[in-house]
Design a protein around this ligand. Structure first.
Ligand code: SF4
Ligand code: FES
Length: 270
């Protein structure tokens, strides 16, 4: 098909072609343009919950992962106003959980951390909630650290839609929302979860961790240490603990050794 025949919209002034049914973020990714996002993963139906991907489309705020592209639309994404809003959302995510990045196995491969760097988040701004969330180390091969869950539902979607297991679910509402494991005991060991599951590979933060491989790749040599998340619109993660990802599967991408990395906002001794 001749490229000239595609309908287009503009994203921060750049012309983006799209095909019928594509969302704004899908078209942007296809064109190699980064829109910050957390709960979106190109392999799954959008969830539309984190709102990090919010853009202004024809003057109205909307989630770019759920909003279908329309011919002639004028979309703003990388603006001071929208990035300020994204930063505030990120700050809320950081204080709502316990994100102690320097001691986290996912540091340098974490999409939340990398997006916070991308948005120049220098402090948590809000008071920390410091929720009390016990770990689940019951499974022989995997650990769940609920402290880091951002409720993106990717593990829920992967387990339900790909693995056919329904191992994970989100429970509660509002500030009481939390991730649960589908077993009477509430323990991962009592589910059918396996390291081969798609659900074992999709967590953008450090909740679902493989045991006995922690820090195999030192912090400083990880994906987002190499280049910023914005540099990889179709990123393939290189998490030390994860098997190779199918191409274009996961929104996690690398951060640069760029000298400009700010001190992480949520440093806390453990
Ligand atoms: S465990 Fe990870 S993948 Fe699952 S909802 Fe929480 S942050 Fe998302
Ligand atoms: S709402 Fe679009 S990435 Fe989360």
């Amino acid at each position: 098909m001749n490229k000239e025949t595609f309908p287009t919209f503009t994203l921060d002034g750049k012309t983006i072609p799209f095909t019928a049914g594509q969302t704004l973020i899908q078209a942007a990714m296809a064109a190699g343009v980064y829109i910050p996002h957390l709960c979106f993963n190109p392999e799954f139906k959008p969830h539309g919950s984190c709102k990090i991907c919010t853009v202004k489309a024809d003057g109205r705020h909307t989630s770019s992962c759920t909003h279908q592209a329309q011919d002639g639309m004028v979309v703003e994404s990388n603006t001071q106003e929208i990035n300020d809003e994204r930063r505030a959302l990120l700050q809320m995510l950081f204080v709502e959980g316990n994100h102690f990045c320097p001691s986290c196995e996912k540091s340098g491969n974490c999409q939340l951390q990398a997006t916070a760097y991308e948005m120049n988040m220098m402090s948590p701004h809000f008071d920390h909630f410091f929720p009390d969330r016990p770990l689940d180390a019951s499974h022989p091969d995997y650990l769940l650290d609920f402290n880091r869950c951002i409720l993106c539902s990717l593990c829920v979607r992967a387990s339900r839609d790909v693995d056919g297991k329904n191992v994970f679910a989100l429970s509660g509402r509002g500030i009481s929302s939390h991730l649960i494991v589908n077993a009477k005991s509430g323990l991962l060991a009592d589910t059918g979860f396996s390291g081969d599951d798609k659900a074992a590979q999709v967590c953008p933060v450090g909740v679902i961790l493989k045991k006995r491989v922690g820090f195999a790749v030192p912090i400083g040599s990880r994906s987002f240490d190499e280049q910023p998340i914005s540099a990889t619109p179709h990123p393939v993660p290189a998490a030390a603990t994860l098997p190779p990802h199918p191409q274009g599967a996961c929104p996690v991408g690398p951060r640069s050794k760029a000298a400009t990395l700010p001190p992480h906002p949520t440093v806390k001794g453990t």
